[in-house]
Design a protein around this ligand. Sequence first.
Ligand SMILES: NC(=O)c1ccc[n+]([C@@H]2O[C@H](COP(=O)([O-])OP(=O)(O)OC[C@H]3O[C@@H](n4cnc5c(N)ncnc54)[C@H](OP(=O)(O)O)[C@@H]3O)[C@@H](O)[C@H]2O)c1
Length: 471
Amino acid sequence: MPEPEAVIRALFADVLGVSDVGPGTHLLEAGGDLAAATRLAGRIRAELGVALPLREFLKEPTPEGVAARFGVPRRSSGPVAPPLPAADAAIHAEITDRLRRITPTFSADSTAEPVLLTGATGFVGAFVLAHLLARGRTVTALVRGGEPRRGELVRHLENLGLWQDGYAARLTVVDGDLAAPALGLDRATHDELAGTIGRIIHCAAWVNHVLPYPLLAAANAHSAASILELAVTRRRKPVTYVSTRGVLTPENYPPEAEIAAGPVVALPPEADGYGRSKAVAEAYFARAAELGAAVTVVRIPGVFGDRDRHQIQPGDAWWSWTKATVLTGRYPSSYDLPGNELTQAVPADVIAHVIVDLARPSGEPGCRFVNAVPNRVCSTRDFVAGLREAGLAVEPMDDREWHLAVGRLDVDDVWVAAVAGQVATQPGIDLPQRLPRFSADDDPAVSRAVDAAAISTPQDLAGYVRTLAGS
Ligand SMILES: NC(=O)c1ccc[n+]([C@@H]2O[C@H](COP(=O)([O-])OP(=O)(O)OC[C@H]3O[C@@H](n4cnc5c(N)ncnc54)[C@H](OP(=O)(O)O)[C@@H]3O)[C@@H](O)[C@H]2O)c1
């Protein structure tokens, strides 16, 4: 019988569609995606009879990394992926090191245009871009691939119903990559932007709730240092960093505690790579004052489309979850329990208004935190009522059975299927959940705006569910 490592290498090669792979070949860096990872983990289980949970597998998705779990010694001595920082102290040391290399040489404050926007090709970023352009601002969008993607960007806004022809003259596209040094900008473009832009809105991120922190760190966490560097070069440009309420994990913020705005009390756990990467970025920005930078960190909740068009982002976790309910025709029976809360969500045009206008940085050095999360929540009962209001027939099913049923769906169609089967084994999944509440007095204008706009009733939800059902 072949050695486990030989079997694993053959399976990697097969899934990647190549003749052979090395012991250190990283599945995702070699062109594999989440669906490939799920297939591979399944085939390893089938061939070697050992279950490797996807999240564990993704910590080191190399033949060598997987073989080590079968007791096969490593050949190389160095780590295959960058090590996950073990504790907050390690991360702070890392941040200090990065910040030390930034030389603040700004002159006067400036509110001059244009705005540099990252993430415009994404869902939230498109609404921010449209909001800026509708207000007559000039925008430079940092996009991977640059000018050749302008047509795609315009079509993206058209598809969302957000584009107007008059916008074209005020939109410039530059080529950049968050994960690269100096945001992947060539030196001339970096210098020009440093001297001409008046504000940075940093909305881009690798939004992926399955991958581990080391894979997300360059794009999501360390890019904060490059943004700060640009923000203080030649002139001070206020920065708005779009973060997520996901940095406020239940481990660190129990639901009974009302959350005031401020830096996180602790980083999200290692298993939450995405939340951790966003929190580490926040930790960079929290030290803005040391550089003379002016930053607002805006933590946003679930973002749906606007109330007129009900656009949705089919690939995002929430809609993948909802699609799983639609495809199975079932929902977890705990959703019928009173007091069980599901989500806090706000339409994207309102979030864009918060990001651009209400949570605008003051221009003074320092970092302000804004929790733009509504206290009005959507309950699980209202979610189910919203599905029915949209004309979908759904019935309850034992929670564990439901998670297992979702885990059997096609991961290419419902990516959340990749984690559902594993969640089924976790204790407490069928207990009612309570979502966090936020202090209203930190930023009353923001709190009022997001509470007034919160998507919480069955009628609210039904419009979005109809878009999902038609997509
Ligand atoms: N949607 C929500 O409900 C929600 C909730 C809380 C927080 N947020 C935050 O809101 C922001 C936007 O989220 P979203 O849902 O709109 O995400 P999205 O639709 O996945 O868009 C992500 C954007 O980031 C860009 N990006 C990713 N990696 C990049 C890189 N290495 N270099 C340059 N650009 C890169 C993408 O560009 P490409 O087109 O090149 O891929 C895309 O424009 C994120 O910071 C996220 O953490 C979103």
